[in-house]
Design a protein around this ligand. Structure first.
Ligand SMILES: [Zn+2]
Length: 246
């Protein structure tokens, strides 16, 4: 006979997992420190979500989907499970952090120049002192902003896109195109030397990284599915570009 007790170990575990998941999600989306949030999700929450998914999957396999719906209508814990599944799928759908305005006061960045084109060799420690933490994270730690959250992914204004770290001209608005990927997309840089490339085999993928030609800041990646005439797509983080309106 099924126990009618509400406080079974299963319901307690479900509630604890759900609360952890909820706080993790809120922290992920609302945290003013998205990079920290990203790390927390990667190191702590994701394994937890994985375990939770396995528990739920076992539950689904055991009771079949129709039973799940019946349970959903009858039992509160099933509703909690369904919310968990929904939340997990929402979280797994994206791997990066959202772009938010930093609270960091404007610090003078002596490396930023619109005239000086000389190559920069600056240590990460030096960059850390002058760059906004989010810019630093993208530029020096190769982080990626969450899709559809950046400032310029759907911008159509005319002007010049410079490197946020050093001021180097990177792309023109004429070289930008509407892409559905959620990041600012360009088919060509200002000049062949505006950017440089490197092989990137992280996360089990084989990609080509795009970096600033002057300061080596990580900008994004290049793909072969762009429009003519180049058929290239420079997929760039909004965080690392500085827009100069024409
Ligand atoms: Zn640069």
């Amino acid at each position: 006979m099924r126990s009618n007790k509400i406080l079974t170990w299963k319901s307690i575990t479900t509630v604890i997992l759900f609360l952890t998941f909820l706080s993790g999600t809120l922290f992920y989306y609302l945290s003013p420190w998205p990079i920290v949030a990203d790390r927390v999700i990667m190191l702590f929450c994701r394994p937890l979500y994985f375990i939770t998914s396995c528990i739920i999957l076992k539950h689904v396999v055991k009771h079949q989907l129709i039973s799940m719906v019946r349970l959903l209508l009858k039992r509160k814990s099933a509703l909690v499970n369904t919310l968990l599944v929904f939340g997990i799928s929402m979280l797994f759908s994206n791997c990066s952090f959202s772009q938010k305005k930093s609270n960091m006061a404007e610090v003078k960045n002596q490396f930023y120049s619109k005239q000086d084109t000389s190559k920069l060799k600056v240590s990460d420690d030096e960059w850390k002192k002058v760059l906004d933490p989010m810019v630093y994270s993208v530029a020096r730690e190769k982080a990626t902003e969450r899709a559809f959250t950046g400032q310029y992914w759907n911008s159509t204004e005319s002007g010049l896109y410079r490197c946020k770290a050093c001021g180097n001209p990177l792309f023109r608005s004429d070289g930008k195109f509407e892409s559905s990927c959620g990041w600012p997309s360009f088919f060509e840089p200002v000049s062949p030397t505006s950017v440089k490339y490197a092989s990137d085999k992280t996360y089990g993928m084989d990609r080509v990284e795009v970096m600033c030609g002057r300061c080596d800041a990580h900008l994004g990646h290049i793909f072969d599915d762009g429009p003519p005439p180049t058929y290239k797509r420079f997929c760039i983080n909004s965080v690392i570009i500085d827009f100069e309106k024409k």
